[in-house]
Every structure is written in structure tokens, then in C-alpha cells.
Write a protein that binds this ligand. Structure first.
Ligand SMILES: *Cc1c(COP(=O)(O)O)cnc(C)c1O
Length: 375
């Protein structure tokens, strides 16, 4: 295993998260090439899916991303400070009364309902020219967006509205066999036909892999940029994160001894345990108890007992005695167990693991080479 130490803080850390910014660049270039000539935007909501917006944003811009999406206005304000020159869409639009601040921060709203459309038009009239925005359609997910009936409201779509993107979102894109994606695509086309010439966007990460029919003029991947598999099949993306935890202590217990809160695990035979400095406060879910494992080289070491706030107990009996000592490193997310595999042990998805990564990890951002290639 390779680790980058950057002096004493890293040496003190109980667990650390490595973010491979070159892998992030590779994933962006891969997706961008795959969808070309469509534009590949980058979704960086939730602090770039937990990886750190201040690091991720500039790397994506350098890779060629010109359009970014965040969920909340506040995230847009933060991103605008980091990237002054990109186009930033705010997926949730704006809260009542906040339209003007969107403008001050040079943010573009995704208009999701009639009230947002009206507020943006009112501001346009006040400013004296139509302000650009994206318009979202509800094509079947019933979450965000205008309905067909909304589009028929007299006067709603007049010249005080300046759509620069029309978009919708797929509910079942990660299930390639679902027929619902095709239904949504049809509805989307129908609604988009009212805005001739306006760039269209339907797909996030998984939708990209449904094929070119789903690319239109712009795609909006988030998860795939960060290495999450787009569907159940082989993952064509590069792993971006690895997560390692260090052994705080090693101990031996007797047959019949029990482990952790609630004493839910009992040793059937003499057992050697390592206590690792990672717990649910770090995004290692309690629901992973009983299923999860960590790795020492090629050896799978199962978690025993419950997940504590700051620690987990690992059965290390599979290793020869004295292999591990305090300070040694075990892999939680790495070559043997990717984010999606770890997620499955807790009955969840890679997205939730990434966005739950605690702030307590020592973080290492790796960037070994600047990518000279362009797209
Ligand atoms: C989160 C989000 C995305 C990105 O989704 P991924 O599955 O992470 O690629 C794209 N579009 C919308 C509307 C979203 O909410």
C-alpha cells in the first residue's frame, strides 16, 4: 500500500482519506469523451460528494468542465468564490425572496415550479432584460420541475423568460432494464419541443450509460466523476478515494468473551482483535456491523460486534500473531473493496458512503501529474 505522509499531522491521524485528483481528471475526461459532442457538466453538490469542493472544483475546471451544478444556493455562493469564471446552476433554484442574491453571486437558477419562474421573470422585468435560467420539467419522478399543464399557463413562457437549458431527471437510470427511462425520455422530448434551440439535459451519471439517445446537449454526472459505478455492471471509472484506518490497539480474548456495545458478538475460540480508529462519526455505518470487513493486503478481516462512534473491532486471527501492532494500517476502501462494495455491506449505495464521510479524517489530496491532454 502506498501512503503519502505529510509530516506530523498525518502520523498522528487515526484514519485518513486519500482523494486521487488525477483519477478525478481521468473520470471527467472519460465521460466527456464518451458523450461528445455533448457538453459534460460537473455536479459538485454536498461538498463535491464529501470529497472537498475547494480541491475538486479547480481540478474539474482544469480538466475542461465549464458548467457546474450544486443543489443549494449557499453551495453556489461557495463555489463562485472558488471558480469565478464557470457557469453555475443551482438545482433547487432559490428560496422565496432570494432571487436577487442569485444575480449578485452570478448564479443561474434551475427553475422548478411556477412560483420560481414567476419570481425570476419579475426580477427580469425589474432589471430590464430577460435573465438566463434553466427550466426543469417533471418527466415522471414527481420531485422537481414544471408539469405539462404548467407549460400551458397563459403568458408563463413569454419573452421575459430566457431559458439557456431545459432539463429533467431520470428516476431509474441505474436500472438499464427499466422501461421507465424511455418513457421519461419521450415526455422530456415532448416538453423540450416547446423550447426549440435551447440545449437539453436529461442524464446524470447512470443516464450517460444508457447510450447516446440520452446525452442530448449536456450531461450532468456527479457520482461517476468520483468513481461510483453507474449501474450494476463492471465499473469503467477510476477509483478516486481510498480510506485507511490505523490500529489503535491489538488484544487477545478468550473463548466466551464478548465484544462491543450490547455484547452482540461472542468469541467461539481464542481470538485476536484489533481496535481501529474509525466509527460511525466517520461515516462507517452502524448498519455495517455483521457484514463489513477491512483488508490487510490480501487478507479479509471481518468486523465483529457493533460499530462504536469512534472505533470498530476487527477479528485479526487470520493473520500470524504479531503481524499487526498499533499504528499499522488497514484498508477500508481500496483495491480490495471499493466504495460500492463497502456500501453493500451496509445495505446502502456508494453515494451515501461518500457524502457521509466524516470531517475527522486526515485528508490527503494526491495529484502526481498535471494532465497535459485536452479533450
Ligand atoms: C445529484 C444530481 C445529479 C448528479 O447525479 P449523479 O447520479 O451523482 O450523477 C444530476 N442531476 C440532478 C438533478 C441531481 O439532483
Amino acid at each position: 500500500m502506498q501512503h503519502v505522509f505529510d509530516g506530523t499531522t498525518s502520523d498522528r491521524a487515526g484514519a485518513w482519506l486519500s482523494v486521487d485528483l488525477d483519477a478525478l481528471t481521468r473520470n471527467y475526461l472519460f465521460l466527456s469523451k464518451k458523450v461528445g459532442p455533448a457538453e459534460c457538466a460537473a455536479v459538485v453538490k454536498a461538498d463535491a460528494y464529501g470529497l472537498g469542493l475547494t480541491h475538486v472544483g479547480p481540478v474539474l475546471e482544469r480538466a475542461g468542465a465549464r458548467t457546474f451544478f450544486v443543489a443549494h444556493m449557499e453551495e453556489g455562493v461557495a463555489l463562485r468564490k472558488i471558480l469565478p469564471n464557470v457557469r453555475i446552476f443551482v438545482l433547487h433554484g432559490f428560496m422565496p425572496g432570494c432571487a436577487e442574491e442569485m444575480l449578485t453571486n452570478n448564479l443561474l437558477p434551475v427553475l422548478n415550479d411556477v412560483s420560481q419562474v414567476r419570481a425570476w421573470k419579475t426580477l427580469s422585468v425589474k432589471i430590464g432584460h430577460a435573465l438566463p435560467a434553466a427550466i426543469q420539467f417533471d418527466s415522471g419522478m414527481s420531485r422537481f420541475g414544471l408539469s405539462e399543464a404548467d407549460l400551458d399557463i397563459p403568458g408563463l413562457l413569454d419573452e421575459t423568460l430566457k431559458p439557456v437549458l431545459v432539463m429533467s431527471h431520470l428516476a431509474c437510470a441505474d436500472m438499464p432494464d427499466s422501461i421507465f427511462s424511455a418513457t421519461q425520455r419521450e415526455r422530456f422530448l415532448q416538453m423540450a419541443s416547446r423550447f426549440p434551440g435551447v440545449p437539453r439535459s436529461l442524464s446524470a451519471s447512470s443516464g450517460i450509460f444508457l447510450g447516446p439517445d440520452y446525452h442530448f446537449e449536456l450531461v450532468r454526472p456527479g457520482a461517476a466523476l468520483y468513481g461510483i459505478a453507474p449501474d450494476g455492471g463492471p465499473n469503467p471509472l477510476s477509483a478516486v478515494i481510498s480510506l485507511d484506518a490505523r490500529v489503535v490497539q491489538v488484544r487477545s480474548i478468550k473463548a466466551g468473551d464478548r465484544v462491543g456495545y450490547g455484547l452482540t458478538w461472542t468469541a467461539k475460540e481464542p481470538t485476536r482483535l484489533a481496535t481501529l480508529g474509525i466509527g460511525y462519526a466517520d461515516g462507517f455505518f452502524r448498519a455495517q456491523a455483521g457484514q463489513a470487513a477491512v483488508w490487510y493486503q490480501d487478507v479479509r478481516l471481518p468486523l465483529v460486534g457493533r460499530v462504536s462512534m469512534d472505533s470498530i473491532s476487527i477479528d485479526i486471527s487470520a493473520l500470524p500473531d504479531s503481524t499487526l501492532k498499533p499504528g499499522d494500517i488497514l484498508s477500508v476502501v481500496g483495491p480490495k473493496q471499493d466504495v460500492d462494495a463497502l456500501a453493500r455491506t451496509g445495505g446502502t449505495i456508494g453515494y451515501e458512503i461518500l457524502t457521509s464521510l466524516g470531517s475527522r479524517f486526515h485528508r490527503v489530496y494526491k495529484m502526481e501529474k498535471v494532465l497535459a491532454e485536452s479533450i
